[in-house]
Design a protein around this ligand. Structure first.
Ligand code: ACO
Length: 378
């Protein structure tokens, strides 16, 4: 009866997976066999989809077929657009609207895991883009089949075909964040399909888990800090004051990584390339200066804590450089992570077992039922 409780399931290994390895001590992330640095900046998002769903990279004809199958599933069912219009009327937060619309993706289709996975990945850029446009009093733009996944997401948001640099910047981001071990939203999705429920139910739950600020919500505040600092010579005083007040620096520290999050460097490089060719170089240099000052001051103020840059710091810089508003940072994360959620669901359905942990009861027992007329208040 007196089992130890693994609070927050910290350190509990709940299943085996071939999808991603997170090594917090070495600062290493492996995506289906490939180090994230090796694959994320080079592969198309569709190649990574094939890798995650089939366990290997595709040949040319296989990739063409997958692109076609995804592109055909982009357009939203009318019910999804109806819900998004209603959500926009009541100014619902973007992640709430995304959750509502994702749940409609099973409408009018036979439930089938492979088709559910394709549909969820293909349609989420349309959900996010359409909702953003409706919130800003613009009509959604039709799905375009000829664009790659990342370019199509930007087209859905802005209504214009992005430059190849913009599409590549976003594609690197989507690949980088597509999976990350048993994070809370992925675990949520696996728990749902472990009951042999369907993938659309699972990814709807996962969107809800990602919404929480402890999971998907930090890049906005990280960007706010850089913008508030404004120039490199103000970084030291600003960060010192923040740390002295006991506040946390957004974009630094991680529960698993005790060294630099490997995703930070990939996104920093993607942001640098992008800011060199299309954006504001000063913004990039400011972020670099803020980062190095923050790392120096964190080491001084929190000695021995091993606090380093996490993925959110450069996510903020990259997505800002792509012109995405901070309200779309977490939804963009969902667009990338949708792939990991669906792949974990397929893996769970194939060889997983019902996920059903136990709880330790700490309430009373043996109480006698007292009828309503004999109960006193308090
Ligand atoms: N800034 C300042 N101090 C920090 C920071 C930070 N960003 N992160 C941790 N610390 C300090 C804590 O104050 C604590 O100090 P103390 O022991 O002197 O009180 C010590 O480091 C350990 O803190 P914990 O909360 O135990 O560290 P944990 O590993 O659980 O926290 C977390 C991880 C929540 C990410 C934390 O580092 C944090 O709040 N970072 C800022 C928010 C952020 O960037 N989140 C995104 C993470 S990436 C992702 O989720 C995709």
């Amino acid at each position: 009866m007196n089992q130890a409780v693994a609070q927050g399931l910290d350190g509990v290994v709940a299943a085996s997976t071939r999808l991603s390895l997170v090594d917090g001590e070495q600062g290493r992330l492996v995506l289906a066999g490939y180090d994230v640095e090796e694959i994320a900046p080079r592969a198309s998002f569709e190649e990574v989809c094939f890798l995650f769903w089939q366990g290997r990279l595709p040949a040319n004809s296989e990739l063409d077929l997958l692109k076609e199958r995804l592109a055909r599933r982009r357009a939203l069912p009318p019910a999804a657009l109806g819900i998004l219009r209603e959500a926009a009327r009541s100014r619902a937060p973007v992640m709430d609207a995304v959750r509502m619309a994702v749940s409609t993706l099973s409408l009018g289709r036979e439930e089938e895991p492979g088709d559910d996975a394709l549909t969820a990945v293909a349609a989420i850029p349309c959900i996010v883009g359409s909702y953003w446009r409706l919130l800003n009093d613009r009509e959604p733009v039709p799905a375009l089949e000829e664009l790659g996944h990342a370019a199509h997401f930007l087209h859905q948001v802005f209504g214009e075909i992005p430059s190849p640099e913009q599409a590549r910047g976003l594609e690197t981001y989507l690949n980088t964040v597509c999976d990350h071990g048993f994070n809370a939203s992925t675990f949520t999705a696996r728990v749902i399909v472990s009951t042999q429920s369907d993938i659309i139910s699972a990814v709807t739950g996962a969107v809800g888990a990602l919404k929480g600020p402890l999971h998907g919500g930090a890049p906005g505040p990280a960007l706010d800090m850089v913008l508030e600092i404004g120039s490199p010579d103000r970084a030291d005083a600003f960060i010192t004051a923040k740390l002295s007040r006991g506040e946390r620096l957004m974009g630094f520290g991680h529960r698993v990584y005790r060294v630099r999050d490997p995703r930070a460097d990939i996104l920093a490089a993607a942001a640098e390339r992008f800011y060199t060719t299309a954006g504001d170089r000063e913004m990039y240099q400011l972020a670099r200066a803020v980062e190095s000052t923050a790392l120096r001051l964190l080491a001084e103020h929190k000695p021995g804590r091993r606090l380093d840059t996490n993925v959110e710091f450069y996510t903020a810089l990259l997505l800002h450089g792509l012109g995405l508003p901070t309200e779309l940072f977490t939804p963009a994360f969902a667009v990338g992570r949708m792939l990991g959620w669906t792949a974990h669901c397929l893996e769970q359905l194939k060889d997983g077992r019902l996920i059903r942990p136990q709880s330790r009861y700490v309430g009373e027992a043996g109480l006698r039922f007292v009828t309503l007329d004999q109960r006193s208040v308090g």
